[in-house]
Design a protein around this ligand. Structure first.
Ligand code: NG1
Ligand code: ZN
Length: 513
């Protein structure tokens, strides 16, 4: 097995993952030592993959994705072929230090997770690393915990109240405050499909704690019956099939809002049906536009000089990008993978980033928070309430990484504040018909891209052929890139009509054959 640390860490069939767990755990301990004992995270999950897979990802000390140089070291550590080779590498990466390396670990509810988590703990003991095991947590919860611990100057793990209690308190208090500022106090009803994953547990907690504010109904919320994990349900199923979870087909209440999270609850997708059962998806592009529209109003009302930017990838629907241009919001396209979006979002006072598949968040810079906490003394009621609302949103939205739970509450906050329903949200723009397909090729590494993955540099001559096809379609756009998580090449195509998008997609796929 040759491992390569990709956009989501290491991911493969669970029984083949041991070396990746050992390598990642060693990398986490060594990284913590390099950072003078700051806490680093190890999360065991394969997100939306089938239940037979598992994965592991290292969370860097700022609560974000692992830094690039450590991705490389992690790959090397996972690919050793003997214990002596591992020991040599550890020696090479070891920074002499008197600090105590500290790691926090967590896992999803896959049947293979407890064994892999135990293996990780064996390595931590071998490397004399202090650790705390948070058991079943969502990926964003562990990111949030790492960020929290390292914000504390002594890098100690707060035990009273425990970090997870603080997590729920922070989300629920912020939501309750925003709710009380609604002009019309309306308790919305929302059905959430938990993908039968680890998200079921915190969603139960949220629905209990927020029962006076939201009527949350949970479905596919059995994380113990593992064969149903991501099976006909979950955010990935809904986004890729553009249809509801199988057990909701023909059962959705018209005009009521539904949401699906993925297997580790870092993605969320909303949807609803109209009377005639027409299914409408409210994906990551639409979440991004809903949030930024509201944030722009608040910034204007606050009269504070705050920059706002939206970060998308090439998979964002062309209509969403055009909408943002009209709105006058600076929009940047990056490579696929949240680490790229997160990095760009940091360049703004308020950086909104979402992948079309529902993974994203809103970052408030330190400078922005400073301005919000220290506004000019002379200010109107409108300015004050806008500043308060911005501060509440910054507390509600997970600042470490995209989080289905905080994104869910952020969306409901904005819909409630704008007195907007699912239909109103959908009416902001019309998606261009599109098609995303996977193509198996002999060697995906020959596909080399540029321009945020929108153009191919290699194989030489292929991009010109794609350009030629695209020019034949009104509003046509298509690009080809190698997947970072699967052994396949992805082909995206969009055009003015569904028929044209499908035709363009088929022709570009034809070029690959
Ligand atoms: P790849 O396999 O590199 O396309 C997929 C998603 C990404 C991201 C990662 C990590 C698409 C088209 N790609 O990446 O957005 O979520 O998985 O999970 O959805
Ligand atoms: Zn996920």
């Amino acid at each position: 097995m040759k491992f390569s640390y990709g956009t989501a860490g290491f991911r493969t069939e669970a029984s083949l993952l041991d070396a990746a767990i050992i390598g990642s755990t060693a990398a986490a301990a060594l990284r913590s030592l390099e950072l003078r004992g700051k806490t680093v995270g190890v999360i065991i999950t394969a997100s939306h993959n089938p239940v037979s897979d598992n994965g592991v990802k290292v969370i860097d000390a700022d609560g974000g994705m692992l830094s690039m140089d450590w991705e490389e070291k992690c790959t090397k550590l996972a690919n050793v072929t003997s214990k002596s080779e591992l020991e040599l590498l550890i020696k090479e990466y070891l920074v002499p230090s008197t600090f105590q390396p500290t790691v926090v670990i967590g896992m999803d509810t896959r049947p293979s997770s407890p064994r892999l988590s135990e293996l990780s703990k064996v390595i931590l003991d071998e490397l004399s690393t202090a650790y705390k095991d948070y058991g079943f947590v969502t990926t964003p919860q562990l990111h949030w915990i790492v960020k929290l611990i390292n914000q504390n100057s002594s890098y100690s793990i707060p035990s009273n109240p425990p970090p997870l209690v603080l997590y729920y308190d922070s989300l629920c208090n912020a939501y309750a405050n925003i709710f009380s500022s609604f002009t019309v106090l309306h308790r919305p009803t929302l059905t959430v499909d938990c993908a039968n994953g680890v998200g079921s547990l915190p969603l139960k907690e949220l629905s209990k704690r927020l029962k006076d504010y939201i009527n949350i109904r949970l479905i596919n919320n059995d994380p113990c019956t593992s064969k149903y994990l991501n099976n006909g349900c979950g955010a990935d199923h809904v986004k890729t099939t553009q249809s509801p979870p199988v057990n909701l087909v023909d059962k959705m209440v018209p005009n009521q809002l539904y949401a699906s999270v993925d297997g580790d609850a870092d993605r969320i997708i909303f949807y609803f049906t109209e009377k005639e059962k027409k299914f409408h998806l409210l994906d990551g592009d639409r979440i991004s536009i809903l949030l930024v529209s509201f944030l722009k109003i608040l910034v204007q009302k606050s009269r504070l000089p705050l920059s706002i930017g939206v970060i998308q990838t090439a998979y964002a629907n062309g209509s969403s990008t055009a909408y943002l241009k009209n709105l006058g919001v600076l929009t940047i396209c990056t490579k696929t993978g949240v680490k790229h979006l997160h990095h760009e979002a940091k360049n703004f006072d308020i950086g909104v980033y979402f992948e079309a598949n529902g993974h994203g968040t809103v970052l408030f810079s330190q400078g922005c928070l400073h301005k919000l906490w220290n506004p000019p003394t002379e200010k109107s009621d409108t300015e004050t309430s806008a500043i308060v609302a911005l501060l509440q949103l910054s507390q509600l939205i997970n600042q470490a990484i995209g989080d289905a739970l905080s994104d869910l509450l952020a969306v409901l906050s904005v819909l409630g504040s704008l007195l907007c329903d699912a239909k109103g949200w959908l009416s902001m723009y019309d998606d261009l018909p599109n098609k995303l397909v996977k193509v198996k090729v002999a060697d995906r590494s020959v596909f080399v891209t540029t321009d945020a993955e929108r153009r191919l540099v290699k194989p030489v001559g292929l991009q010109e052929k794609i350009d030629d096809l695209v020019s034949q379609y009104e509003n046509g756009r298509s690009f080809v890139r190698a997947s970072g998580t699967e052994d396949a090449v992805r082909v995206y195509a969009e055009a003015k009509t569904k028929k044209a998008a499908e035709e363009l997609s088929a022709k570009v796929c034809g070029l690959l054959q």
